[in-house]
Design a protein around this ligand. Structure first.
Ligand SMILES: Cc1cc2nc3c(=O)[nH]c(=O)nc-3n(C[C@H](O)[C@H](O)[C@H](O)COP(=O)(O)OP(=O)(O)OC[C@H]3O[C@@H](n4cnc5c(N)ncnc54)[C@H](O)[C@@H]3O)c2cc1C
Length: 458
């Protein structure tokens, strides 16, 4: 049987009990559906199962088991490592499952596994409610929550996964279960940080909080020549922030494409407008900004203000690590490395952790990074494949040069395709062995392995 006829046979087998769309390589729409956010990823699944509901996801899992196919699960498709797709396997694509329903009385929301943060904020902000989500609105709720979920509300409300109340999951054996504190608590623990290792999560239930709809947020940019002072200032202000104010610092390129470099502070204050105005006033008074766009803004706009910097299909290679501190030497090294950045889309970001995200215990969820401090992201992004080598090398070299300033922790959701085995184990630190135990219980054959893979304990 050649590969085309076997995908046809599989499509026929799946179609008997499938309500969604089944795409084979020759079908119209296949080429769009196989793409993920990172243009460096170019894989060709034998079949794409575009699910419409839980029964479809369960049917797709069964087909993959019967056929011995590698499975990849696509939520929002943003993972830089491209783990939402597979070469020659079955892509379980949830991008038709983007429903979000908010219950303002219970202050909860349920999101289907293919929803994006834009979908989520639209439905929850109607009621003036929100939970921590990604800072780019096209990112999927699924992968972001399962790996962690850093965002503008984390100082006040913790990570996205800290707000997860329950998840509906199709397991490797095809069973559909709900995981929460009360049901399958071991699985619920593992889902909060363990990524797509445990099953297809078809819906997520979140706790919501009153937020906005108008909050205080935006970006302040300074000339690159002031970067050293600006990042020291960032270090000073982040030493004592209210929970409501989360600030990221960074070195970026001007959005006009000129290649001009900037030092920036990007922020969101989720308290009242009066509190927000008072909290950002001293920050706005600092130095001589080249641009100051901080002020009252709808929360959903704060979550979309960076979208244009990350167009779908752009080529991405990222490296990241938590830092052990932000010394003057670390800042100087960042600036030197950023001066050598070969792409006008490249960035170096410092995501500051404080407040609620740091008040959860290291082993309370599978996500272990709970210390106050900075997560550094070396983000190489470019458009021209001729620049693949130079742009990838810059990120690798920069990461290596910053190594003396790094702490132990790394965030799996920013891992690239070349972070395997030991890097994954190290990223989970003290939680890895428990994750392996739970993997052995729910997925002993490592059926769900197209992810930052946790190896089941034998
Ligand atoms: C432009 C950009 C901005 C980002 N901003 C942030 C940010 O602000 N905060 C942050 O924390 N992270 C951020 N990230 C990283 C992001 O959290 C990860 O890329 C995450 O994996 C994206 O989730 P997704 O559903 O879009 O990804 P996908 O590529 O669809 O999936 C990622 C992984 O999760 C698995 N998966 C997806 N859906 C499911 C599901 N329903 N059930 C089980 N497993 C599933 C996949 O198999 C894959 O292994 C950003 C990434 C990009 C590219």
């Amino acid at each position: 049987m050649n590969s085309t006829s076997s995908s046809a046979d599989m499509a026929v087998a799946l179609a008997k009990s499938f309500a969604g769309q089944i795409l084979r390589p020759a079908d119209p729409g296949y080429d769009d559906a196989r793409k993920v956010h990172n243009g460096l990823i170019d894989k060709h699944p034998a079949l794409i199962a575009r699910c419409r509901g839980v029964a479809d996801a369960a049917g797709a899992v069964k087909l993959a088991r019967d056929q011995g196919l590698e499975v990849a699960i696509r939520g929002g498709g943003h993972n830089v490592a491209g783990r939402a797709t597979t070469e020659g396997g079955l892509m379980i694509d949830l991008s038709l499952m983007r429903g979000v329903h908010a219950d303002p009385r219970a202050r909860t929301a349920r999101a289907q596994g293919g929803a994006t943060w834009n979908d989520f904020n639209r439905e929850t902000q109607v009621h003036g409610l929100a939970t921590t989500g990604g800072v780019v609105s096209s990112t999927g709720v699924a992968g972001l929550t399962l790996g962690g979920g850093l965002g503008w509300l984390m100082g006040r409300h913790g990570l996205a996964l800290d707000n997860l109340l329950s998840a509906e999951v199709v397991l490797a054996d095809g069973r559909v279960v709900v995981a929460s504190e009360g049901e399958h608590p071991d699985l619920f623990w593992a889902l909060r940080g363990g990524g797509g290792n445990f099953g297809v999560v078809t819906s997520f239930e979140y706790r919501l909080h009153p937020v906005g709809p108008v909050v205080t947020g935006g970006i302040i940019g300074y000339p690159f020549s002031a970067a050293f002072d600006v990042l020291r200032h960032f270090r000073d202000i982040t030493a004592s922030l209210p929970d409501e104010l989360t600030i990221f610092g960074g070195l970026v390129h001007a959005p006009d494409g000129s290649g001009g470099k900037l030092a920036v502070l990007v922020m969101c204050h989720c308290g009242t407008l009066a509190e927000g105005e008072a909290a950002v006033r001293p920050i706005k008074a600092y130095g001589t900004p080249a641009l100051d766009a901080v002020g009252p803004m709808p929360y959903s706009e704060v979550n979309a203000m960076l979208d244009a910097a990350y167009p779908p299909g752009a080529l991405n290679y990222w490296k990241s690590s938590f830092l052990s501190g932000l010394s003057d030497d670390a800042i100087r090294t960042m600036i030197d490395r950023f001066a050598a950045c070969p792409t006008p889309m490249g960035q170096m970001l410092l995501e500051h952790f404080h407040g609620a995200v740091t008040r959860v215990g290291v082993t309370d969820t599978a996500f272990p990074h709970r210390a106050e401090g900075y997560n550094m992201l070396v983000l190489s992004e470019w458009m021209d494949p001729d620049h693949n080598e130079a742009c990838t090398a810059w990120a690798k070299d920069t990461f290596a040069t910053m190594r003396p300033f790094m702490g132990a922790g790394r965030y799996v959701n920013y891992f690239g395709n070349d972070e395997l085995g030991d890097a994954v184990a190290a990223a989970y630190g003290p939680n890895y062995q428990r994750l392996q135990d739970i993997k052995a219980k729910y997925d002993p054959g490592n059926f769900f392995r197209m992810n930052h893979n946790i190896l089941p304990l034998a």
